[in-house]
Design a binder for this molecule. Structure first.
Ligand code: SF4
Length: 464
């Protein structure tokens, strides 16, 4: 069955035929390419290159603690009720991490985006939030219109906490719903009654945040088309500015916490397809714009505007409107994404603390894009992922290649099968993802991925 939904055409048969595991392309090369032989000096040299260009900054701060475990969780988290006993030392080291890295970054470089994620950033007390906020502002200069966002767990905030965040200067906020259905919530060990979610949204609106994002997940136990339709309807009533709808990846061999989920209650692939199809229909019919593969935004939201104007970008946090900034991640597991170098901090607290004690950058691994070919492929993949089209002449001009079609003959050949099924159009000047190909854009982008080609697809998730 084919249905036209704005610029997306949902064709279940083609999705089933072509949907193979691929990277999510929040970065190119994907995070799986980061390796432990990466040298700290290469990171420092990359920071210096950004200093020369005065590239603006995007900052990410990671709070790894959570009060209780959600059984679907794929993040690297520390579940603990110890509160101050873990937060105090963590902040002490996070502050050192800030001091150490800020000393390498030119003071003229302005921050135009900051995000606090986790784990659960509101594991911090309001006082701790303020301490961290002040520390960051001691070391960095923020643009007046900087986007400053935080994720909160709705079960652990109150009206006062929300107001304090807004007063401090956070102007965007995000919280996870996943599903409104009590049976699903019980199965995933995340019970947050509907009334609570609406109350949290009221507090957020009252505090006048500029943008509110909520997360949903499909593919969880006990979900079916009917129950998830209700979740979508309730989400529309909640009226957030952005909605992220993620496909649940059941990978208990990698995330043992997922062994707690009743596997027999997970929806089958066909049901998941129906759920996602319904989600796109309902959200777009109610006025949300479908951004990329898994985000929806109101038409006047910056993400929707950026996509319309061809200014949407992608980084490790997903879609972003900040094109030219370099992302610096602070705290355990955080990823930094500079122009040609990506690094990830240590995942274990112990290692993170040890490196900082030795006055080293707490880097566990990294990768450097040493060749222009890699940078060009990154641009091609990101253009396809964000704007679903590619101007071959622009790529030729920018990267000094004579003939796009000759340079990428093998890649274009790989696209043939997708082209024959009407998922992509390859003309003299452009590569264009069709409405039917949009949900398979990762598979189209994959043709240009030189890093992953040699590797087994199985390490990645499917689009749906
Ligand atoms: S609150 Fe978020 S990070 Fe923490 S366990 Fe639940 S899903 Fe994972």
């Amino acid at each position: 069955m084919q249905v036209l939904t704005q610029t997306v055409r949902f064709d279940s048969d083609l999705i089933v035929k072509h949907d193979r595991p691929t990277p999510r392309y929040t970065s190119y090369p994907p995070a799986t390419e980061l390796h432990e032989n990466f040298k700290e000096s290469d990171f420092i040299a990359a920071i210096e290159r950004g200093n020369q260009k005065k590239t603006p900054l995007s900052l990410y701060f990671h709070i790894p603690f959570c009060e209780s475990a959600c059984y679907f969780c794929g993040c690297n988290v520390i579940i603990t009720g110890l509160k101050d006993r873990v937060v105090n030392p963590y902040l002490e080291y996070l502050f050192k991490n800030i001091e150490q890295t800020a000393a390498l970054i030119d003071g003229d470089r302005v921050v135009n985006q900051m995000h606090w994620g986790g784990g659960t950033p509101n594991y911090l007390s309001p006082e701790h939030v303020e301490m961290l906020w002040n520390k960051i502002h001691e070391h960095f200069t923020f643009a007046e219109d900087a986007e400053i966002s935080i994720e909160v767990n709705p079960r652990y905030v109150d009206r006062n906490y929300i107001q304090r965040l807004r007063k401090l200067g956070f102007n965007r906020i995000s919280f996870g719903i996943q599903d409104f259905d009590p049976k699903v919530q019980e199965a995933i060990n995340r019970i947050q009654p509907e009334a609570l979610l609406f109350e949290v949204m009221d507090w957020i609106r009252e505090a006048n945040f500029e943008s509110v994002n909520v997360d949903l997940i499909y593919g969880l136990p006990y979900q079916n088309l009917e129950t998830f339709s209700k979740t979508i309807e309730k989400t529309i009533c909640l009226n957030p500015d952005r909605i992220a709808v993620f496909n649940f990846a059941f990978v208990p061999w990698m995330k043992p916490i997922q062994k707690n989920l009743p596997q027999e209650a997970l929806p089958q692939a066909a049901e998941k397809l129906d759920i996602f199809h319904m989600t796109i229909d309902k959200l777009t019919e109610s006025g949300y714009v479908f951004i990329g593969m898994d985000h929806f935004a109101k038409p006047d939201d910056e993400l929707a505007i950026a996509q319309r104007e061809g200014k949407l970008h992608r980084n490790f946090q997903g879609y972003t409107t900040q094109p030219d900034s370099e992302l610096f991640g602070f705290g355990v597991t955080s990823i930094s994404m500079l122009h040609d170098v990506y690094v990830q901090n240590h995942k274990r607290l112990k290692d993170f603390y040890k490196a900082i004690d030795k006055k080293h950058q707490p880097i566990e691994k990294g990768v450097e894009l040493t060749e222009a070919d890699n940078i060009m492929r990154r641009e091609i993949i990101m253009e396809l992922m964000c704007h679903f089209r590619l101007d071959k002449r622009e790529i030729e001009k920018k990267y000094g290649i004579d003939d796009f079609d000759r340079y990428f003959a093998a890649e274009e050949n790989e696209l043939k099968d997708l082209e024959n099924d009407g998922l992509v159009e390859n003309t003299i000047d452009r590569i264009e993802v069709t409405p039917a190909g949009r949900l398979l854009v990762r598979n189209i982008a994959f043709a240009f991925d030189a890093y992953t080609k040699e590797r087994q697809h199985q390490r990645f998730s499917k689009a749906i």
